[in-house]
Design a protein around this ligand. Structure first.
Ligand code: 13P
Ligand code: SF4
Length: 345
């Protein structure tokens, strides 16, 4: 047994340790190649009093080998606010690391590659939000958490894909502005027809590429397949889905699928690779799309990050304080029971 941080040695539900289970996530030869890096990262975590928070879209070597906590954006934001560790290494994209810094200003938050961006976060600025305020005076503005800190500082409340409907419902407003994801906004509008939703025309470059036609052809080729789609997908895709929810919601759904069934996860490719171990006997059928930003985070970069304590995420104190209000308002609102928000490894 390799010497690892104790939280990685907790006995998993299936009787093996997470690391033992993780060895099944990669072919032996690949696993042998990454093991020394995994060991080095886990030793450095102890030395630095650091934890690795990893988004569900990380590759299996990160997800199973070095993550202390995995989850969707909502779960990771919650866990960042809760941890006692002094250092958070965020294995995810920049807006997620920034959100962690906003919720824990006294901690050191590191991102292994500061260029891991997001097409949604890049589609809107704080200046754009101020112009929306002028255009829609008195109308609450809701920002998907996939935004920069200066956007969060200008809005009334944040949401994630795991709680967007609950957040908008909690406002009790008959009209809102929803930004920047037009498709998540349309999904919210479809769930709350009594609310008029003004949309910003941003989109996720990964999820907007799926089509309803593609899914209909999967249904024909694979009778009985269950289709799980992320709400960042266009409406014709969501219309074909048996379940619509955040990445953590999908994990919760798959845990209840009986062996022998087939599932399509209409989202980023690493999702199926990561959760296949938790759903033995369930067959994951493609399609999936890769997020080039998420894939910038690698084991080697996590190791470099911990060795050199780079790249540290900084948020201007005034912006952070105003952004924290929007994030805290969101965190005060629960998430639907169908969407577990994350889990400790
Ligand atoms: P969730 O983690 O909230 O499901 O979002 C997926 C995503 O695309 C994050 O960038
Ligand atoms: Fe952004 Fe889409 Fe990548 Fe998530 S999957 S980080 S929303 S581009």
């Amino acid at each position: 047994m390799t010497k690892l941080r104790s939280n990685l040695l907790v006995v998993a539900e299936d009787g093996g340790t997470p690391l033992e289970r993780a060895t099944h996530a990669l072919p032996d030869i690949e696993w042998a190649a990454v093991l020394p890096t995994i060991e080095a990262i886990n030793a450095l975590k102890v030395e630095r009093n650091a934890i690795v928070l990893a988004h569900n879209y990380m590759t299996p070597d990160i997800y199973h080998g070095v993550a202390d906590i995995v989850g969707d954006s909502l779960g990771l934001a919650r866990e960042a606010a809760r941890t006692d560790a002094e250092v958070i290494v965020f294995a995810g994209v920049h807006f997620m690391a920034e959100t962690a810094k906003i919720t824990c200003p006294d901690k050191t938050v590191l991102i292994p590659d500061p260029n891991a961006g997001c097409s949604l976060a890049e589609s809107i600025t704080g200046v754009d939000v101020r112009l929306l305020r002028e255009r829609f005076p008195g109308v609450p503005i809701v920002a998907y958490v996939n935004t920069s800190a200066d956007v969060k500082a200008e809005v009334d409340i944040c949401c994630t894909s795991g709680n967007a409907v609950e957040v908008v419902r909690s406002l009790g407003a008959d009209e809102i502005v929803f930004l920047p994801d037009q498709y998540l906004g349309k999904w919210v509008a479809s769930q709350l027809p009594e609310v008029k939703v003004h949309l910003w025309e941003g989109a996720c470059m990964v999820h907007e590429r799926f089509t309803g036609e593609e899914l209909r052809s999967y249904r024909t080729q694979t009778p009985g397949v269950q289709i799980l789609a992320h709400p960042e997908c266009p409406p014709d895709v969501l219309a074909e889905a048996d379940y619509v929810g955040s990445t953590a919601g999908m994990v919760g759904f798959v845990r209840n699928v009986a062996p022998g069934n087939r599932v399509v996860m209409v989202t980023e490719c690493s999702m199926a690779d990561n959760i296949a171990l938790e759903a033995p006997g369930v067959e994951f059928v493609r399609p999936c799309n890769l997020c080039p930003h998420m894939k910038k985070i690698t084991l080697d970069k996590i190791l470099h990050s911990l060795r050199t304590m780079t790249t540290e995420v900084h948020v201007d104190a005034d912006i952070a304080e105003r952004a924290r209000r929007s994030v805290d308002r969101m965190l005060a609102i629960g998430t639907s029971a169908a969407a577990p928000a994350g889990g400790t490894r």
